[in-house]
Design a protein around this ligand. Sequence first.
Ligand SMILES: [Zn+2]
Length: 147
Amino acid sequence: MARKYQPVFLNYGFTLNIDKHNVHRPQCLICLDVLANESLRPQKLKRHLEKKHGDHVNKSREFFLRKEREMNNSKSVMSSAVFPSKGLTKASYLVAEKIAKEKKPYTIAEQPSLPCAKAMCREVLGETAASKISTKFRFLPTRFADR
Ligand SMILES: [Zn+2]
């Protein structure tokens, strides 16, 4: 039976992190380490705080609340700025690789592949995904060829 995160755990400097299996895991607001579900108990969280962040032991709940807010803010900035472009870069490489394997000119990526990809994204994922593809997607044949 998986343990559940309790709001009181914030007092020990831990926020809730839900993993891809929907399991609650404690995430330290100081070092950002994500611990096992098993660690969701006051004793363990307290021990982490005392051992690793002794100087934060007597911090108030307000202090950790602020940390939590800071983390959430940087997370949303990250997910909107870093991850999609990281995904797009990888997507660019994948496309370049496929084109290279087919021994086709790279220009095939721009026309007709890109408009097709846009249309597919629009239908399947929506307008936001389609516009990401059209504004941020870049083919990187030269960098790809360097590898
Ligand atoms: Zn920590």
